[in-house]
Ligand binder design. Structure first.
Ligand SMILES: C[S@@+](CC[C@H](N)C(=O)[O-])C[C@H]1O[C@@H](n2cnc3c(N)ncnc32)[C@H](O)[C@@H]1O
Length: 220
C-alpha cells in the first residue's frame, strides 16, 4: 500500500516561511501548479450563486478564477494562516477589480465560519503540509462548514507509486529547513482520510505537471 510520510512542521514555522515565500510565490510556484488548480476549479462546477469558501487562499490565484465565475454581488470567502500571503491575495483580487471578497486570517483547524454555510469549499496545496495527526481535524472543519451535499474540492502534491525522491530528500532535511526548502509540502493521498471524515462520492484524478497532483472532489 502506498503510504504518506508525516510533515512535522509547526504553525509558527509555516507562517514565517510563507511570509517569505509570499514575495515570489505568485511568480514562481503558482504558474507551475496552474493546470491542476484549474482542473480543480473545473470540477467544482461553480454556479453564479454558490456560497464559496477557499481555505488557504495563498496569493489568490484560485480565488480570482472563482470570482470570475460567480455573480458580482456574491461574496466569496477566503482564509489563510499567513498575513503575507493574505496581503498578496488582497492585491490580486483588487487589481482585477473585484470587491465581493471577504478575506480573513485563520487556521484550517478552526475555521471562523458557521456550520452548514457553504456550497463549495476549495483547498489547494495545503493538506500536503499538514501533519498527519491534524488531517482529521481539518477535514472535520471542512465538513462542518459545508452544507449538506456541499462540494469539497482539494488539490495537493501527490504521487502514484511508492516513496519518491522528494520524500527521501524531505525526510533527510532538518525539520527547521523544511518549510523554507519545500514549503513544508510532501506528497499526500487524500482519498482515504476524506472518506474517513465522512465525505461521500469521493473521486480523484492525478494531473501530471512538473510534479504529480491529486485533484479530489467529494460531497458532504
Ligand atoms: C503551498 S501554499 C498554497 C496556496 C494556494 N492555495 C495555491 O494553491 O497557490 C500553502 C498556503 O497554505 C497556507 N496555510 C498553511 N497552513 C494553513 C492552515 N493551517 N490554515 C490555513 N492556511 C494555511 C499558507 O499560509 C499558504 O498560503
Amino acid at each position: 500500500m502506498t503510504q504518506m510520510i508525516d510533515a512535522p512542521v509547526r504553525v509558527s514555522a509555516i507562517q514565517s516561511a510563507y511570509n517569505l515565500w509570499s514575495l515570489f510565490y505568485g511568480s514562481i510556484v503558482v504558474p507551475m501548479e496552474r493546470k491542476p488548480r484549474l482542473r480543480g476549479i473545473e470540477l467544482a462546477a461553480i454556479q453564479p450563486h454558490d456560497r464559496i469558501l477557499e481555505v488557504a487562499v495563498g496569493t489568490g490565484a484560485a480565488l480570482l478564477e472563482m470570482l470570475k465565475r460567480v455573480d458580482k454581488v456574491n461574496v466569496v470567502h477566503g482564509v489563510d494562516l499567513t498575513p503575507g500571503m493574505l496581503e498578496k491575495a488582497r492585491r490580486t483580487v483588487a487589481k482585477a477589480g473585484f470587491t465581493n471578497v471577504d478575506l480573513r486570517l485563520g487556521d484550517a483547524r478552526s475555521l471562523p465560519f458557521d456550520d452548514n454555510a457553504f456550497d463549495v469549499l476549495f483547498n489547494s496545496y495545503m493538506l500536503d503540509l499538514i501533519p498527519l495527526a491534524d488531517m482529521p481535524t481539518v477535514l472535520g472543519e471542512f465538513r462542518r462548514v459545508l452544507k449538506k451535499n456541499g462540494r469539497l474540492v482539494m488539490v495537493n502534491m501527490s504521487k502514484e507509486h511508492g516513496i519518491t525522491l522528494w520524500e527521501r530528500l524531505y525526510q533527510a532535511t532538518p525539520v527547521r529547513l523544511v518549510p523554507y526548502l519545500y514549503g513544508g509540502c510532501r506528497p499526500v493521498l487524500m482519498d482515504g482520510p476524506t472518506k474517513a471524515a465522512g465525505f461521500r462520492e469521493v473521486q480523484r484524478e492525478f494531473v501530471k505537471n512538473i510534479i504529480s497532483s491529486e485533484v479530489l472532489v467529494a460531497r458532504k
